[in-house]
Design a protein around this ligand. Structure first.
Ligand code: BJW
Length: 229
């Protein structure tokens, strides 16, 4: 890595938080091998059985609140500090481990466990420890509280900002993501079209492996600090 890379766009996924004890989705034993994503990560699933979906997110939120950042999150926070203004950090993760590690400007494209969202008026507030079906929104009082996360079929957050960052990227780095979920899975190709070099840091080659100019494979807690330093 050199300062001639100019603007660096980093995309992180569940793999970066695996060594902090938070499960991934598609690995053996991952969340989507134990649960059907159609039931838990779609607006239709929530409409069918809000109690089941909220129980799943209450459990996940509790685990996130007990988790601590690992060496990979800490290294990225150091990178953001050392290369002030040159790093855009986009995460698909709904945990706050980047923030706990000291990253200040984290783009949560799939939302966060830490806030609740009113599906009726769009108000957001700190998520309670336990959400229940038909909890009223503190702003409009409608019984339309939901987790502030992006489910399949919904538009990811902050796409304008992300697309503009990808256009100006000199280097795009993908960390701990399987490259199966769009639009994030399309970022490497978009960055390449804008002339960026691309680097993958992952336990194993992702679905998108062919789109990277360089790859380093291994646990994020080892290979991310190795790349940053
Ligand atoms: C390690 C490690 C270690 C392990 N160290 N590495 C057909 C074709 C193309 C697209 C579509 C299609 N049909 C439907 C779509 C669109 C759909 C989609 O992509 N579906 C595909 C599955 C086919 N996408 C959507 O619906 C999205 N919305 C959308 O496209 O709207 C249109 C739109 C676009 C642009 C602008 C406006 C509108 C929404 C997607 C929402 C995804 N939501 C979830 C749940 C979030 C809440 C929650 O957490 O519960 O997001 S699903 C889940 O997958 C979660 C993750 O963020 C996301 C990605 O997973 P991730 O992070 O990659 O995890 P894994 O488990 O897959 O991979 C982990 C990796 O880490 C592995 O490679 C391991 O090897 C590695 N690893 N340990 C380093 N220690």
């Amino acid at each position: 890595m050199s300062k001639s890379d100019d603007h660096i766009v980093i995309l992180t996924g569940a793999g970066i938080s695996a060594e902090s004890g938070l499960g991934t989705f598609r690995d053996v034993g991952g969340l989507w091998s134990r649960y059907d994503w159609r039931d838990l990560a779609t607006p239709e699933g929530f409409e069918r059985d809000p109690g089941f979906v909220l129980e799943f997110y209450n459990w996940r939120r509790e685990r996130v609140r007990g988790a601590r950042p690992n060496a990979a999150h800490i290294a990225l926070a150091r990178l953001e500090r050392d290369w002030a203004g040159l790093v855009t950090l986009v995460t698909q993760n709904v945990d706050d481990l980047h923030e706990q590690a000291g990253s200040r400007d984290v783009i949560h494209m799939h939302g966060t466990h830490l806030t609740a969202l009113c599906a009726a008026c769009g108000h957001r507030w700190r998520a309670p420890d336990v959400m229940a079906p038909a909890d009223p929104c503190p702003a409009c009082a409608k019984p339309t509280t939901r987790p502030d996360v992006v489910w399949f079929g919904e538009a990811p957050y902050h796409m304008d900002r992300i697309e503009s960052a990808l256009t100006s990227a000199g280097l795009f780095v993908s960390i701990g993501t399987s490259g199966t979920v769009y639009p994030a899975a399309g970022f490497a190709a978009a960055a390449r079209r804008s002339g960026a070099r691309t680097l993958e840091l992952n336990l194993e080659p992702s679905e998108n492996a062919a789109l990277f100019d360089e790859a380093r494979h291994g646990p994020a807690g080892t290979i991310v600090p190795g790349w940053v330093d």
